[in-house]
Design a protein around this ligand. Structure first.
Ligand code: SAM
Length: 288
C-alpha cells in the first residue's frame, strides 16, 4: 500500500487469490449498505444515478420500474435476461446476484411455476436482495450465500444460467465455468454479461485494487477467457453484444477509477477500446 496524498491511499492487489476475494467481498459489502451506488467503486457506477447507468447498458424504464428500487445499484455491464429466452416454469441461476436486479427480472419471465436462485458471497448483498424479494413478493426467488467457485447448487438442476459483471472479479475463472457446467442440465444454456480485455492494461492499473474491484484489473484477455469457457465443456459460444465498456457508460470512467488513473499517471485514453463489455451465449451439450 502506498500513500500518494494526505487523504488518498492507493492499494495494490494482494498476491493471493483468496486475499483478493476478501477485498472484493469487503468492497461489495460497503456498496450493498449504501442506498445508492452513485459514485462508488463498482463495475458501472459513475457520477450518474443507477437508473441512468442501467438504462445505458440495456434495461428499459419499464423493467427498472417493475423491480424493487433497492435491487438496482447500477452494478451490471449488460442486460442479459432479455437474451436468455426464458420460458415459464424454468429454473434459473444468477451467478453473483448482488442486490437481485436480474434475478427479479428472470422471476417475471419464469412465473410462479418457475424458480430463480441467486448466489452471492457477500452477506450484505444477500440481505439486501432477500429484503427486496420480501417487499415485492417474489416467492419463487431464493438467494443463497456462497461462492461461484463452489456453487451451493445441485448437479444438473438448472435450465439457464445468467451473470452480470461478476466473473471478471473472480481470480479462478476456470473453476466458475466448470461449476456452471456442473449445475446446468444437459442442453441447458447461459447468457452472461462480463468484462474482457482486448490488449494489455498499463501495469499501474493491472496491479491496483480499486481497478480490480471496479471490474477492470481482474478481467482476462478475451482469448483466454473464452478458452476457459470451452475447456469447461460449454459449446456454441456466440457473442451477442460487444462494446467499449467506457463508451457504454457514456464516455465516463466509473467513479473513483478516474481518480486512481490520475494518481497513477495513466491517461484514461489508455483504457479506451481495450476494456470490453461483452454479452455471450453458450450451451451445455445435450447428453449423447
Ligand atoms: C459488480 S457486482 C454485480 C451484482 C449483480 N450481478 C448486478 O448486476 O447488480 C458483483 C457481485 O458479485 C459478487 N461476487 C464477486 N465475486 C464472487 C465470488 N467469487 N463468489 C460469489 N459472489 C461473488 C459480489 O459480492 C457482488 O455482489
Amino acid at each position: 500500500m502506498s500513500k500518494t496524498t494526505d487523504t488518498t491511499i492507493r492499494e495494490t492487489l494482494p498476491s493471493e487469490g483468496e486475499a483478493v476475494v476478501e477485498k472484493v467481498r469487503e468492497r461489495y459489502a460497503g456498496i450493498a449498505e449504501t442506498s445508492s451506488s452513485c459514485c462508488g467503486n463498482s463495475c458501472s457506477s459513475t457520477a450518474t444515478e443507477p437508473g441512468e447507468a442501467a438504462g445505458r447498458i440495456g434495461y428499459s424504464t419499464d423493467q427498472l420500474e417493475s423491480v424493487p428500487a433497492e435491487a438496482n445499484l447500477g452494478l451490471g455491464c449488460g442486460a442479459p435476461i432479455d437474451l436468455l429466452a426464458l420460458e415459464p416454469g424454468e429454473t434459473v441461476l444468477d451467478l453473483g446476484s448482488g442486490p437481485g436486479l436480474d434475478a427479479f427480472l428472470a422471476a417475471q419471465r419464469v412465473g410462479d411455476e418457475g424458480r430463480v436462485i441467486g448466489v452471492d458471497m457477500t452477506p450484505e448483498m444477500i440481505g439486501r436482495a432477500r429484503q427486496g424479494a420480501r417487499d415485492a413478493g417474489f416467492s419463487q426467488v431464493e438467494f443463497r450465500q456462497g461462492r461461484l467457485e463452489d456453487l451451493p447448487v445441485e448437479d444438473g438442476s438448472i435450465d439457464a444460467v445468467t451473470s452480470n459483471c461478476v466473473i471478471n472479479l473472480v481470480p479462478d475463472k476456470a473453476r466458475v465455468f466448470a461449476e456452471t457446467a456442473r449445475v446446468l442440465k444437459p442442453g441447458g444454456r447461459l447468457v452472461i454479461s462480463d468484462i474482457v480485455l482486448d490488449g494489455p492494461l498499463p501495469a499501474a492499473v493491472g496491479n491496483d485494487l480499486l481497478a480490480y474491484v471496479g471490474c477492470v484489473a481482474g478481467a482476462q484477455q478475451r482469448d483466454d477467457y473464452f478458452a476457459a469457457v470451452s475447456a469447461a465443456g460449454l459449446t456454441e459460444i456466440e457473442m451477442l453484444m460487444d462494446s467499449d465498456a467506457v463508451k457504454l457508460l457514456g464516455g465516463e470512467i466509473p467513479g473513483d477509477l478516474l481518480d486512481m488513473l490520475e494518481r497513477a499517471g495513466v491517461s484514461a485514453d489508455e483504457l479506451r477500446g481495450k476494456v470490453r463489455s461483452v454479452t455471450y451465449r453458450a450451451v451445455k451439450p445435450a447428453a449423447a
